[in-house]
Every structure is written in structure tokens, then in C-alpha cells.
Design a protein around this ligand. Sequence first.
Ligand code: NAI
Length: 368
Amino acid sequence: MVSLIRSSFAAVAPRSEELTQLFYGWLFRIAPETRELFPVTMELQRTRLLRALVHVVQMVDRPDELSVFLRQLGRDHRKFGVVGEHYDKVGEALLGALRETAGPALWTHEVEEAWTGAYGIVAQAMREAADAERGPAVWMARVMEHRRISQDLAVVRVQTSQPVPYLAGQYVSVETPQRPRMWRSMSPANAPGPDCVLEFHVRTVPGGWVSRAIVSHARVGDVWRIGPPMGQMTLDPRSRSDLLMVAGGTGLAPARAIIEQLIIDGTDRKVALFVGGRSWADLYDIEALRRSAQENPWLSVVPVVEDDGRPHGAETGTVGEVVARYGAWADREITVSGSPPMVRATVNALLDAGTPFLNIHYDPYHTD
Ligand SMILES: NC(=O)C1=CN([C@@H]2O[C@H](COP(=O)(O)OP(=O)(O)OC[C@H]3O[C@@H](n4cnc5c(N)ncnc54)[C@H](O)[C@@H]3O)[C@@H](O)[C@H]2O)C=CC1
């Protein structure tokens, strides 16, 4: 089943635009009521289905991780008001769109059976997790601070009335009043605490409807909706290994949350944090990080910039290149967070340096 899914998906992937248009067209035809679950403009939404599909296909031979991801996704979809029968309609639309995009030569009976079986497993895992969940589908959060760090970057702190049950390093989805129904992933930059405060670091991304609205227009008093925690880039409570964290830009947020958690736990694990920016000005939190390294001898912080950073004591290059120059870090548990190209480049540089793949943790994280 795995190889049939992979090979047929590889064949339709170059026509992803056609596939997603067909899928949504099909879905809204057979289940018109689902249209109102999506934003008014579908432009950005289209790529999201495909990304989720790619992610599932990539993990299909790693059932444990896939199952955690699907259960989180199922719980997350409760916030949309997704109900059981929507899963059947989505399956029908997905298979129909795949069949039409693939064409009869590729879409054999065996391929159809493989996809039907795989979709059944995915939908069942999501539904079961959603049905079993007793906690809230969303948390209401009030913006209590909006600090504009630069033209394109803001730090926003929100407070929920109930604790959001996340672990340091995880991310949540967020919806703001400026952009209804446009949910975006964001990693809290702080460890969970009794004050129910979550801190987010938001940089405007090109064409970023939500990120620009947050940086420029979010106000104290706004009420955001927060979805349940997602992601597997968390501390393994059984592990005693030292850590290496590689963070690019605002990908610093989850690394910062993990460091805060280690401080709370009174760790004795050594932690090396490589924090990258394109230029020195991008390393918006470097002073606080350096102070933290002075106070906590187990923490070392290495700033990395792409342009010549020597005057500031920064290393030069992309953060992945620089970290791999130090060797394989084979005895460390490793987290990588940042833009998808940065994560890809960093993981590849580490693998080339000889790092065991299983030591590297990262999440499928997109902000658009
Ligand atoms: N859990 C996670 O993984 C999180 C990810 N993010 C993501 O992090 C990103 C941060 O973006 P910005 O702050 O604009 O930082 P940025 O895109 O300017 O990247 C800064 C760092 O990443 C490296 N980098 C960027 N593109 C690269 C490439 N193609 N190959 C190799 N290295 C590359 C740069 O050399 C620099 O060290 C956003 O895409 C955001 O969605 C943010 C929070 C959490």
C-alpha cells in the first residue's frame, strides 16, 4: 500500500493546482454546507490541503509519528465544527479529485484500493481522537500586550481564561478578529505557566495576510481564538541527553519556550542554541538570550548571521551550515525550527555531517 500511495502521489504532485481545485469544487458540490468552514478567499487555503497530504504521505511508513499527528489534527479540527459525516464527504472528494487528476492509465483498481484504505485509516484516527476529546475545542485569549520590535516584527502576549494544555516546543493555531477563519500556526515562546499567558513572535511574511494584520493592526483588548496544541518537538521527559537547538528567525520561539521549561525544571543538561538571522538586526532577542546564558551555565548561545557578523561576535553563514561545521552532534537531542527551507537545509546539513536522523526533531510548520 505504501509504495502505491507514494508512486501515485508523486505522479499527480506536479499537477497539484488542478488537484486542489478539483477537490474543493467536488467537496462544495456534494457538501455545500462545508463552504462556510473556509475563509471567504480560498487562495491560500488551497495549498494547505496539499501540504497536509504531503506530510501524511511522507510519514506513511512511520506509523507512530503519523498516528500522533493525525490525532492532533483530529482534535484541532473540532474548532471548525467538523462533524463525522464531513469525513466521508472529504474522502469522496479527495478520491474523486485524485482519480480525475491521475487519469485512467495511472488510477488502477489497486491504486484506488490503496487510497481508499489509507484515507479510511487517516479519517478513523482523526475522528476517534476528536470524539474522545473532552476539553474545549478553542480557547478565547485576550491580547494584553503588543510590542512592535521593528517594522516587520511584533511580540504579542495573550491571556486565556483556562490553561491551554501545551508543552514547551509545541505550536497552536490562532485566529484573530482582523482575519476571521484564517487560522495560522504559531509557537508560544514561553513555557506554559499558571498565569495562562502565551507569548507569540510574529514577523510579516511576504503576502502574509494574517502576519501583517497582527504586526500592524492587532490591539490590546482584541480577542483571539486559540486551537489545541500540535507538534512533536518537545522535551522527552525520559531523556538525559544534552541538547542542540537550531533556530532561524522567529523559529526562535519554540526553542525559547523549551529553554524556559528547562530553567523551571532546574536542568543539568547542557544546551547549545544556534540562533540565525539574515543580518544582526534580525537577532531581535539576542541580548536577553545572552543574559540567560550568563545566568545559566549549562546554556550556550551562538548567534549566526548571513552577512559579515564578526563585529558582533556572530558566526557567518546560514545557521544550518554553521551548526554542521561543528560536527555531527551525534550525542545530542536536536530541535530545528524556522522557515520550511531553513529546516530542510539544516536537517540536510546535519545528515551530511553524520547526525543520526532519529536524533533530529522538527515539525511541519507553515505560517501563510
Ligand atoms: N516551530 C517552528 O518550526 C517555527 C517556525 N517558524 C517559522 O520560522 C520562520 C522565520 O522566518 P523569519 O523570522 O523571517 O526568518 P528568516 O527566513 O529570515 O530566516 C532566518 C534564518 O534562517 C536561515 N535561512 C532562511 N532561509 C534559508 C534557506 N533557504 N536555507 C538555509 N537557511 C535559511 C537564515 O540563514 C537565517 O539563519 C517563519 O517561516 C515561521 O513560520 C516560526 C515559529 C516556530
